[in-house]
Write a protein that binds this ligand. Structure first.
Ligand SMILES: [Cu+2]
Length: 126
């Protein structure tokens, strides 16, 4: 009887461990922007995007994915008025993925409507 219980526990550990491994293979950590294929990850934390509200550079005619992740305890959103991008309010750990594409060289501003003074940057299409 005890052996059976040990066997069941061992099988459970193997199954859970296997699923965890498969999950990691299928869902690589997208929060590492270097691995986010042709995209940018913007992490909203301490009321700033990626610490510096960096310029987002987009090449003309090449769509670029943008993933916004809220790592704060307060809500944030991500808005680009001219492109009609509005994530709505993201709660802690919520994310939103969108994409930007343009045929023309131009510049747009992105911002968080809840913290427009501190969370604001540029999207540069070139
Ligand atoms: Cu905000």
């Amino acid at each position: 009887m005890l052996n059976n219980i040990i066997a069941v526990i061992a099988i459970c550990c193997i199954v859970v461990g296997g699923l965890w491994g498969i999950g990691n293979v299928l869902n690589p950590n997208e929060e590492d922007s270097s691995k986010f294929n042709n995209g940018v990850v913007l992490i909203a934390q301490n009321n700033v995007f990626n610490k510096t509200n960096p310029d987002i550079i987009v090449e003309k005619n090449i769509p670029k994915k943008i993933k916004i992740i809220n790592k704060d305890f307060v809500k944030h959103d991500f808005i680009v008025d001219e492109l009609h991008i509005n994530t709505a309010y993201l709660s802690t750990e919520q994310s939103f993925t969108t994409a930007i594409a343009s045929k023309n060289s131009t510049k747009f501003e992105y911002y968080c409507s809840l913290h427009p003074q501190k969370m604001r940057g540029n999207i540069i299409i070139r």
